[in-house]
Design a binder for this molecule. Structure first.
Ligand code: IMP
Ligand code: MG
Length: 401
């Protein structure tokens, strides 16, 4: 059966490592949302691989598929193609990110001033917007050579963004030629042969454009329910969804973050966890495990099993806090939906847990670690399937079903 790997927080949960860990028997890894704003890190034999557009299965030489909901930047794609050996299929219906989109991303961010979203400036938001305006070329439009770029150029001209696209079009055609096709049909074909595929989510559930902390969100859908739509298949294709959650929280870019920790302790966690954006190098903001938002993410994705990541980081700090409710203007809220309109004012009610400081992972899962896992299972009504305590594949506990 196929399965999907979805981030339950604000992105950077460690999905790359989990996809790499569980995709061993799978024929292909599929990306279905976002674009080169993503940064998926996989470490293999001490070597670090970061992919922005290709799925993490790239590190295992798997077939890599981009479904039609991905916004494809031919320049980044070309760079990444040069680093991998597996077969690549890009859906012909994917939108193609143009140089104009990247300029617009920058201009909008500048204009927002102190209210900037902190986007990755990869042009992903403008590309989806141009798609909705029916101005953006798709992969098949670039290849067919009969797309009317006039309308797009006229629109951008109004924003004082211009420049000749001809050279870029030629370049993009060369990159995309021969690797385009029908992602849904390919997944069905593999399944009919008895092969499984993994769907790899990008960003996190709380950054979903519809259900996240709007406007501080990304520009696409990040939830498991976007998988069938992106492939042009029915909902049955998703299989089981594994939710990935870090044992603390991070957020890169602006926006509300109720369980945020600042100061020396946050700096320590950032340093130990190496919490710097894989795409922009920005320092990630640090916070504690937040069950209010996790419950919401678990429900939206239909998650029954989770993978917990970066537990080793907790073994190097002296404190461990969690949050089960927010205080919003004196009111206690434990339903994330109710907090959404007032998320800026929501403060996590933090509870101290037994710290994992000095934990020796060679003893397996005992004491404070076992207690934390039990709390997660109880609060989220899920089974913990994987516990990751390091970057390498071998640094993972697998719990039997
Ligand atoms: P955009 O997706 O570049 O438009 O950025 C919108 C918001 O999503 C910003 O806060 C980004 O930092 C955040 N974001 C986008 N991609 C990722 C990701 O892969 N991990 C974490 N945050 C992301
Ligand atoms: Mg990332």
């Amino acid at each position: 059966m196929n399965f999907s790997v979805i981030g339950l927080q604000w992105g950077d949960e460690g999905k790359g490592k989990i996809v790499d860990y569980i995709s061993g028997n799978c024929a292909a890894v599929v990306r279905f949302n976002g674009g080169s704003n993503a940064g998926h890190t996989v470490v293999k034999d001490g070597k670090k691989y970061v992919f922005h557009l290709l799925p993490s299965g790239a590190a295992r030489g798997k077939e890599m598929i981009l479904a039609s909901g991905v916004a494809v930047d031919p320049i980044i794609l070309s760079e990444e193609i040069g680093k991998v050996s597996g077969k690549i299929l890009i859906d012909s219906r994917c939108s193609v990110v143009t140089p104009y989109d990247k300029k617009l991303d920058e201009i909008i961010e500048e204009k927002r001033g102190s209210l900037a979203l902190g986007t990755t400036r990869r042009g992903i938001g403008p590309s989806y917007a141009m798609r909705a305006l029916r101005l953006e070329p798709r992969v098949c439009d670039i290849l067919a050579n009969d797309f009317n770029f006039e309308a797009l150029a006229t629109f951008y001209d109004m924003m004082h963004i211009n420049g000749n696209l001809q050279e870029w079009i030629e370049y993009s055609r060369n990159v995309l030629k021969g690797i385009e096709g029908d992602s849904g049909a390919r997944v069905v074909e593999l399944n009919e042969k008895g092969e499984e595929v993994v769907f790899e989510g990008s960003q996190g559930s709380l950054l979903d454009i519809m259900h996240g902390s709007y406007p501080y969100v990304t520009s696409s859908h990040t939830l498991s329910t976007y998988i069938p739509l992106s492939l042009g298949l029915s909902k049955d294709i998703i299989g089981d969804t594994i939710g990935v959650m870090k044992c603390y929280a991070t957020r890169v870019g602006s926006g509300p973050f109720p369980s945020e920790e600042k100061g020396v302790l946050a700096e320590e966690i950032r340093r130990i966890g190496n919490e710097y954006g894989a795409t922009t190098g920005r320092a990630r903001r640090i916070g504690w495990l937040d069950f209010v938002s996790l419950k919401y993410a678990v429900r939206m994705n239909g998650v029954k099993e989770v993978a917990i990541t970066k537990v080793d980081v907790l073994s190097k700090i002296r404190q461990l806090k969690i949050c089960r409710s927010y205080s919003v203007d004196g009111e206690e809220i434990s339903d994330f939906f109710k907090a959404i309109p007032r998320l800026d004012d929501a403060k996590a009610e933090l509870e101290e847990m037994d710290s994992l400081h000095g934990y020796d992972f060679s003893i397996g899962m005992k004491g404070a670690l076992k207690k934390l896992i039990e709390l997660i299972e109880e609060e989220l009504k899920v089974s913990v399937r994987l516990v990751s305590y390091g970057e390498e594949r071998s640094e993972t506990f697998e719990l039997s079903r």
